[in-house]
Write a protein that binds this ligand. Structure first.
Ligand code: PEP
Length: 267
C-alpha cells in the first residue's frame, strides 16, 4: 500500500471510510442564484462516482440556504468560506459557526490566504474560529501556505509550521479538521507548485500534525493552487495528498467533474 492510502476519514455517525479523496470547490465571491442552481444541477447530472470521493461545495454565504435544499439526498457536502469566532452578538456583517450549522453546512474554510492578506485575519482568530466550528459540529478546513518571497527566502517550511502551531489546536482530529496547503503564489495564478515541493511540504505538515495531535496521522491534507483537470491526477498521486481545494476550476461543472474523475483514477 502506498502511503497516500493511509487516510482514514471518519465522519461522526458514519462508518469508517478509507482511501476517500476530498475535493472541495471554493467558489469565492462568485455566482448568483440562477448560475448556482445550474452549476449544481450539471454537477448532479455528471456525478457518477458514488462515495469514492467526498465532494464539498463552498459557495458564498448568500447561496448556502438554497444549495442546502438543492443538494439534499445527493453526494455533495456543504461548506462555508469563513465564520466568526463568537456565537452571536454585535458583529455586524459576520456569520457564526452555529448559523452555518443551522443552514446545513458541515464544513467551513478558515484562514484562506485571501482572508489573511485582504482582511487581516490572524492565526489567533483562525484558531478561535476553528474552535467555534468544532463546538457546532463543523469540520474546519484550515488553510496554510507561504508567499513567493517566503519560499524564495527558504522560509516556506517555517512559515507553514508557525501557521499550523498557532491555528491548529490539540483537539484537532480527522473528524473536525482538514488542512489545505495552498502556496499563495499558486492561487488563481495558473502556476502550480512542483510535485516534489508539494510532497515535501505535505510530509512536513504531516510531521507537525503528528507531533501536535494523537490523531495527527489521520488528518487529511489537501493541496490547493491552480488545480485543474490537466494536473489533478499527478497531484493526487503525490504521497500524503488527500485531495484538493479548488478555486477557479470549481466554477465550471465540466472542469470540476474532470478533477473529481482524476481523483477516482488514483483510487
Ligand atoms: C483557492 O481559492 O483556494 C484556490 C486554490 O484557487 P485556484 O484553484 O483558482 O488557484
Amino acid at each position: 500500500m502506498s502511503d497516500k492510502n493511509f487516510i482514514i476519514l471518519n465522519d461522526p455517525g458514519k462508518p469508517k471510510m478509507t482511501h476517500q479523496l476530498i475535493i472541495a470547490g471554493n467558489w469565492k465571491m462568485n455566482l448568483l442564484r440562477d448560475g448556482s442552481r445550474k452549476l449544481i444541477s450539471d454537477l448532479q447530472k455528471g456525478y457518477t462516482f458514488g462515495s469514492a470521493m467526498k465532494v464539498i461545495l463552498i459557495p458564498p454565504a448568500t447561496l448556502l440556504g438554497s444549495i442546502a435544499d438543492q443538494i439534499r439526498n445527493s453526494p455533495f457536502f456543504l461548506g462555508a468560506q469563513n465564520c466568526h469566532e463568537e456565537r452571536f452578538g454585535a458583529f455586524t456583517g459576520e456569520v457564526s459557526a452555529e448559523m452555518l450549522a443551522d443552514l446545513g453546512c458541515t464544513y467551513v474554510v478558515l484562514g484562506h490566504s485571501e482572508r489573511r492578506t485582504l482582511f487581516g485575519e490572524t492565526n489567533n482568530q483562525i484558531r478561535a474560529r476553528a474552535s467555534s466550528a468544532l463546538d457546532f459540529g463543523l469540520t474546519a478546513i484550515i488553510c496554510v501556505g507561504e508567499s513567493i518571497e517566503q519560499r524564495q527566502a527558504g522560509l516556506a517550511m517555517d512559515t507553514v509550521s508557525k501557521q499550523l502551531e498557532e491555528c491548529v489546536g490539540s483537539e484537532a482530529n480527522s473528524n473536525n479538521c482538514i488542512i489545505a496547503y495552498e502556496p499563495i503564489w499558486a492561487i488563481g495564478t495558473g502556476k502550480t507548485a512542483e510535485l516534489q515541493d508539494i510532497e515535501e511540504m505535505h510530509r512536513h505538515i504531516r510531521n507537525v500534525l503528528i507531533a501536535k495531535s494523537a490523531t495527527g496521522n489521520d488528518i487529511p491534507i489537501l493541496y490547493g493552487g491552480s488545480v485543474k483537470a490537466e494536473n489533478a491526477s499527478n497531484i493526487f498521486a503525490v504521497p500524503q495528498v488527500g485531495g484538493a481545494l479548488v478555486g477557479g476550476a470549481s466554477l465550471n461543472s465540466q472542469d470540476f467533474l474532470e478533477i473529481i474523475k482524476a481523483g477516482q483514477r488514483n483510487d
